[in-house]
Write a protein that binds this ligand. Structure first.
Ligand code: PLP
Length: 363
């Protein structure tokens, strides 16, 4: 029996995807081999790769003037690749700091350009996005970078903040590692979107870059080949051997999104899942969430117990009940339930049921 896995990533994948992968594992479509064993240049594998990209383009409604790149090195390598592809050492780049992942992106970008921190950075784990009135954009920034969902705290940009970012008229870059495809977005408002795969896309080992074509061709001359977006764009992301099996599994996830009603439907379910969990936490008197109400993440729900001495028992008993990986990130403490697209609503119901029981028994 499969448990409900609340890990922040690598995370639970849809059961239907896992079953299909299992059924195709040894012999993909009568080829006598696993996708894992195919040459990435073979006709069979190219068909898998092309379908995967087409399905991603469909589920995210990616406009034709954007390239989709399937890259190595996770989202973290993009922290450096972004300035290398878009700025020179003396150029200014704007970053809004909303937590640990923004901080890492800023640290890396500072090696390759002059970073202006628009706002934030005073605390390691802020529980709200800095007030818009305090944002200080620079006049000449090459781009503005945001982390649209801080995975560790569960702090997510809302329309209100996004509109202000877009209104600056600069290329907007978003790290969407932990909220890509959680709801419909207008890709055309962004210059570049990137995400590690291991949350809402598929297994670890793959990251996705969605970049507007006019931003290509500007990489610094010392950019390593495999960090240069042009190289990926000009070689169908196959300059070297790609993470073939991760691509294939991501393709199965995109197909699953299509057949379950698309991102629009998934977004409705996500909203419901998050709302019922936050509502329960707020009403419980036993658990609490410290994130500003309107900025709570729909994907990563953090909470603490009234008495942290009960943390170990909570984790042990939840695990025994088939509710896995609820321990919060060590930088923030407490608990975290990551409820990505693949987490069924029954998983959230089961979690709430367990939390109620635990609260009653330990009141
Ligand atoms: N950005 C965010 C928002 C993340 O949550 C993570 C990983 O959890 C990363 C970046 C780093 O991703 P990767 O491990 O793929 O480099």
């Amino acid at each position: 029996a499969r448990a409900f896995n609340f890990s922040a990533g690598p995370a639970m994948l849809p059961e239907a995807v896992m079953r299909r992968a299992e059924s195709e594992f040894l012999d993909w479509q009568n080829t006598g081999m696993s996708v894992m064993e195919m040459s990435h240049r073979s006709k069979e594998y190219m068909a898998v790769a092309h379908q995967m990209e087409a399905d991603l383009r469909e589920v995210m409604a990616i406009p034709d003037n954007y390239k989709v790149l399937f890259v190595h090195g996770g989202a973290s390598l993009q922290f450096a690749a972004i300035p290398m592809n878009l700025a020179e050492q003396n150029d200014t780049v704007d970053y809004i700091n909303t937590g640990v992942w923004s901080t890492k992106a800023i640290k890396e970008a500072s090696r390759f350009a002059k970073v202006n921190v628009v706002a934030g950075g005073d605390e390691e784990n802020p529980t709200e996005i800095p007030a818009i009135s305090d944002w200080k954009f620079s006049a000449d920034a090459k781009y503005i970078h945001i982390c649209s969902n801080e995975t560790i705290t569960g702090l997510e940009f809302q329309e209100e903040q996004l509109e202000v970012v877009f209104a600056q008229g600069k290329p907007v870059i978003a790290d969407m590692s932990s909220n890509i495809m959680c709801r419909e977005i207008d890709v055309s408002k962004y210059a570049m979107i990137y995400a590690g795969a291991q949350k809402n896309i598929g297994p670890a080992g793959l990251a996705i870059v969605i970049v507007r074509e006019d931003l290509l061709g500007n990489a610094r001359s010392d950019t390593p080949t495999l960090m240069n977006w042009d190289v990926y764009a000009n070689n169908e992301s196959m300059f070297n051997t790609p993470a073939t099996y991760a691509w294939y599994l991501a393709g199965l996830v995109f197909d699953w999104i299509k057949t379950t009603g698309g991102v629009k439907h998934i977004a409705e379910v996500n909203k419901r899942k998050a709302a019922k969990l936050y509502d329960y936490i707020d009403a419980s008197g036993f658990y609490s969430n410290s994130i500003k109400l309107e900025q709570r993440s729909v994907m990563n729900v953090t909470f603490s117990l009234k008495d942290s001495d009960l943390d170990a028992a909570f984790l042990e008993q939840s695990k025994a009940a088939g509710l896995l990986s609820l321990k919060g990130h060590k930088a923030f403490g407490g608990m975290r339930a990551s409820i990505y697209n693949a987490m069924p609503e029954e998983g959230v119901d089961a979690l709430i049921g367990f939390m109620q029981k635990f609260a009653t028994e330990n009141a």
